[in-house]
Design a protein around this ligand. Structure first.
Ligand SMILES: C[S@@+](CC[C@H](N)C(=O)[O-])C[C@H]1O[C@@H](n2cnc3c(N)ncnc32)[C@H](O)[C@@H]1O
Length: 198
């Protein structure tokens, strides 16, 4: 019962505030707490669709910033007219090079809210989620500037915990957060990395 109330509250709030999804409140909370985004930054958002994180980021980075989103889903055309936003229909597993995202220098911030289509088979869903997480970590040396910030959604599992432990030293700060707007039954949490040590 509590979960449905939470869902309704954030769902309605997103609708009232013209955000495409309730997910925006997760990024908002993360950013308020860890100061991930700033005006003028160049940001990439993996798994952006429908685009509430892009809407939020676009406001914070302002007209001198740029946010690039990719998703396997069809482009959300409502984002195509926005001055500091670029979106692509692409699979993270096909991304290897910055030029595929139309930029030359590495990003100041890498965001990922990617989630696989769930099958209901727990171990399979956990494996698929971890593959997405690994693919993003694999891109960091080329895609994230030294000193850059990082936010990624992770589905909890023993393998995920072990993997994260191996990665934590590539950032000066490495935090775990379960945002208030996340349904309490959900196994997802977010990892926030600050100050990337390239
Ligand atoms: C929870 S949604 C993102 C919501 C978004 N942050 C927002 O605020 O609107 C997760 C997205 O990850 C995308 N995704 C899943 N696997 C992907 C992949 N291999 N490559 C790119 N995007 C992927 C899904 O298509 C889905 O749109």
């Amino acid at each position: 019962m509590g979960n449905f109330k939470v869902k309704d509250h954030y769902f309605n709030k997103a609708k009232d505030e013209n955000f495409f999804a309730r997910s925006v409140y997760k990024l908002e909370e993360i950013d308020a707490k860890y100061k991930v985004l700033k005006a003028g930054m160049q940001v990439v958002d993996f798994g952006y669709h429908p685009g509430s994180w892009i809407q939020y980021t676009s406001q914070v980075i302002g007209e001198k910033g740029l946010v690039v989103g990719i998703d396997i889903r069809e482009l959300n055309k409502k984002l195509s007219g926005v001055q500091n936003v670029r979106v692509y229909e692409k699979d993270i597993f096909d991304i290897h090079d910055l030029t595929q995202l139309g930029v030359e220098k590495p990003f100041d911030v890498v965001l990922s809210d990617m989630a696989p289509n769930t099958t209901g088979i727990k171990s399979l869903d956990q494996d698929r989620s971890l593959s997405l997480v690994e693919s993003v970590f694999g891109l960091l040396p080329r895609f994230l500037s030294p000193g850059g910030n990082f936010v990624i959604k992770v589905f909890d599992s023993q393998h995920a915990q072990n993997y994260l432990k191996e990665q934590k030293n590539i950032f000066s700060e490495f935090h775990y957060l379960k945002p208030k707007s996340t349904r309490s039954v959900s196994k997802e949490f977010f990892v926030i990395g600050k100050n990337f040590k390239a």
